[in-house]
Write a protein that binds this ligand. Structure first.
Ligand SMILES: *Cc1c(COP(=O)(O)O)cnc(C)c1O
Length: 394
């Protein structure tokens, strides 16, 4: 089928909720995608921060193939080795934490919200969660309620009670919102969807940690977009030296397969006992085998070092363009999550890059978001930058 045929067939039958581009892809290799008409694109989007090792990384493909040939699913009534091993791996990376597996970012955030409520019920009948304006936590009713963006709430009210929204990067606002019913604070260490918003107050997260300790609240980090190497560290909180009580992961974890993980301090996780939560597909052995291959590859191929170096190169280049262009307000980010804040809409820049076969993303209206593969080479980075430079200076 051609691009047009696939796009038309899709639009005839799929619920019309995605403002997608009229492109269908049939193959991916590293940072490149091939569309149904045979055109090659450089991918600085990675399926929304998912395929962080590039498309079809051989180690991920091999792990999926090998597991799929052995066993694909048994349910959480039983155990499988990849599930056990991935839980062990994530637990070790997070100081002995306990792990819950689901299939998406929204589901693990939903689990974190339920964990906070259950823990709060055990700790004096508390249930409120403080979340941030301009955040993004998912599309289920609870995660939507914690998503501090009015546009996503439209038509779905009433939202879940017991969630209060305060400004991001504003500790006093959190302090003011704390009350005897507060159980937890939920925050993205760096807001992704909201426009790659990095806390300007250097010790914001450290002070949030202190505040949570002082009031005995759970500090919950949504690392769905920034976790698994995106920022040049395995977890974004490592940049700030602040450990959460609960962390959620999804997007890049499975190398492209759907998987999410909620990781919680054992004392906190203990509030969830048999029968209190669950999901049929969570911990699927094929997805877990893929995730193990992702974590192995990040270590073996020194992917974090590369993400830091190439990310810095991209940010320096963008900042050098910014110095001579009134169109760029700010360049911000960590490692390979980079936001270029523009004077006007980012969409025309995305379209201009797409014409030159570079895939980028616009978010929060005026922010051009770069989410390139973490193992991008210097040459590939230069190839992309040349296109971005033309699009930004045109
Ligand atoms: C994408 C995202 C989610 C939602 O993940 P889904 O897999 O789409 O449900 C939640 N939180 C953050 C920070 C995200 O970027």
């Amino acid at each position: 089928m051609t691009n047009t045929e696939i796009v038309e067939l899709t639009h005839q039958h799929l619920v019309n909720i995605y403002g997608c581009l009229p492109l269908a892809f049939v193959e991916g290799r590293g940072p490149y995608l091939i569309d149904a008409d045979g055109n090659r694109y450089l991918d600085f989007f990675c399926g929304l921060a998912v395929t962080s090792l590039g498309h079809c990384h051989p180690a991920v493909v091999a792990a999926i193939k090998s597991q799929a040939e052995k066993l694909i699913h048994v349910s959480n009534v039983f155990h499988t080795e990849p599930t056990a091993r991935l839980a062990e791996r994530l637990s070790k990376l997070c100081g002995g934490a306990r792990v819950f597996f689901a299939n998406s970012g929204a589901e693990v955030n939903e689990a974190a919200i339920k964990l906070a409520r259950h823990w709060g019920a055990d700790h004096g009948g508390r249930f409120e969660i403080i979340a941030m304006h301009n955040s993004f936590h998912g599309r289920t009713m609870a995660t939507l309620s914690a998503t501090g963006q009015e546009k996503y709430h439209q038509g779905f009210q009433p939202m879940l009670p017991g969630i209060s929204l305060v400004n991001y990067d504003d500790l006093e606002a959190v302090e003011a919102a704390v009350n005897p019913k507060t159980a937890a604070v939920l925050v993205e260490p760096i807001q992704g969807e909201g426009g790659v918003v990095v806390p300007k107050t250097a010790d914001y997260l450290a002070r949030l940690r202190k505040l949570c300790d002082h009031h005995n609240l759970l500090l919950m980090f949504d690392e769905v977009q920034v976790g698994i190497g995106r920022t040049g560290k395995l977890f974004a909180w490592e940049h700030f030296g602040v450990r959460p009580d609960v962390m959620t992961l999804a997007k890049a974890l499975g190398g492209g397969l759907p998987i999410g993980a909620m990781v919680a301090r054992p004392e906190v996780a203990a509030t969830l006992t048999p029968g209190t939560h669950g999901t049929t597909f969570g911990g699927n052995p094929v997805a877990c085998a893929a995730a193990l291959a992702v974590l192995d590859t990040i270590e073996k191929e020194r992917v974090l070092e590369n993400a830091t170096a190439i990310g810095n190169y991209l940010m320096e280049e963008l900042r050098s363009i910014a110095r001579t262009s009134a169109r760029i307000v700010e360049v911000r980010g960590y490692g390979m999550i980079i936001g270029v804040v523009l004077e006007g809409e980012a969409r025309p820049v995305v379209d201009a890059c797409l014409k030159e076969r570079l895939i980028l993303n616009a978010t929060a209206g005026n922010v051009l978001r770069l989410l390139p593969p973490l193992n991008l080479t210097v040459e590939q980075a230069q190839e992309g930058m040349a296109i971005i430079r033309r699009a930004l200076t045109a």
